[in-house]
Design a protein around this ligand. Structure first.
Ligand code: ZN
Length: 283
């Protein structure tokens, strides 16, 4: 059984069965695990063992739209820019020599299906593979990096392009941190159970039309590279979130540019990981 992890009302849950039933972790474990999602990330290997002992028919039915982001209050949220050749080329920018890293402030984190309030007229989509850190650490070698990942989800690095490029040199972080601009979910899939986790098919549709379509093996810096690079500089902490970069096909690079409008619907999907739907609303 693949471990799937969700948060609801700030409490850690496991997701079971094809009908996605929710089990409250603290209750089901008799207090062995606390209700805090961060406790689960810190003890992810133990959690994996515990999850395997749960009866397959336990849990209650789940309203996906009632979930939080799987890691609802991460200490750090990293974004990696220009990490697909197709996106660097459409942006007219050189391929970075090291992971181009910015932060998405924690208050922008939202559940996978959150509505996107549009502020201004240059709000853009970026579908991304999102990974959440289990046990963190410093100086993690690339060959050990996946051991530090709890799970994977699909997310959107929603970007206010005017704000992102408002200063020279540009400082990306605020433009990627408005309310609900970091939705991911609907839950985490335990990375250890994902076959070919470095080559996942990822798509984004806008109002039913495919706008982004890639394999994550086109990443310039892989998940392992990113974790190794970041942990050589900062300490990675349980529950930290990494947005690993978006492929070509964003709105700002189109001729003419296309930006999100109220009523637009974004559907983001990674095969074997999950699908999220975001409705755009007036800001
Ligand atoms: Zn991005």
């Amino acid at each position: 059984m693949t471990l799937r992890f969700a948060s609801r009302n700030g409490r850690a849950h496991l997701v079971l069965g094809p009908d996605n039933r929710l089990v409250d972790l603290e209750t089901a474990s008799g207090g062995k695990f606390s209700s805090e999602p961060i406790d689960a990330f810190r003890r992810w290997k133990e959690l994996r063992e515990f999850a395997a002992t749960l009866p397959a028919d336990s849990g209650e039915s789940c309203d996906v739209n009632g979930l939080d982001a799987p890691s609802p209050w991460p200490t750090q949220v990293f974004g990696i820019g220009l990490n697909y050749r197709s996106h660097a080329e459409e942006s007219g920018l050189p391929i970075p020599g090291s992971p181009l890293t910015f932060t998405k402030y924690t208050s922008s984190v939202a559940h996978g299906n959150a509505d996107i309030p549009l502020v201004g007229s240059s709000i853009d989509w970026e579908v991304e593979l999102v990974v959440v850190i289990a046990e963190g650490g410093r100086d993690i070698a690339p060959e050990n990096a996946w051991d530090h990942v709890a799970g994977m989800a699909v997310g959107q690095d929603i970007s206010d392009r005017a704000l992102q490029f408002a200063s020279q040199p540009p400082q990306f972080s605020l433009g990627k941190s408005r309310k609900n601009y970091s939705p991911f979910g609907p839950w985490l899939i335990d990375a250890v159970d994902v076959p070919q986790r470095d080559a996942l098919h990822m798509t984004c549709t806008l109002n039913g039309e495919t706008v982004q379509d890639t394999s994550t093996d086109d990443l310039i810096f892989s998940v392992s590279d990113i974790i190794s690079y970041l942990s050589g500089i900062v300490q990675l902490l349980p529950g930290d979130v990494i947005y690993t970069g978006t492929p070509g096909g964003v709105g700002v690079s189109r001729q003419p540019p296309v930006f999100l409008k109220p009523g637009d619907v974004l559907v983001s999907s990674i095969d074997g990981i999950g699908t999220t739907t975001n409705h755009c609303v007036a800001g």
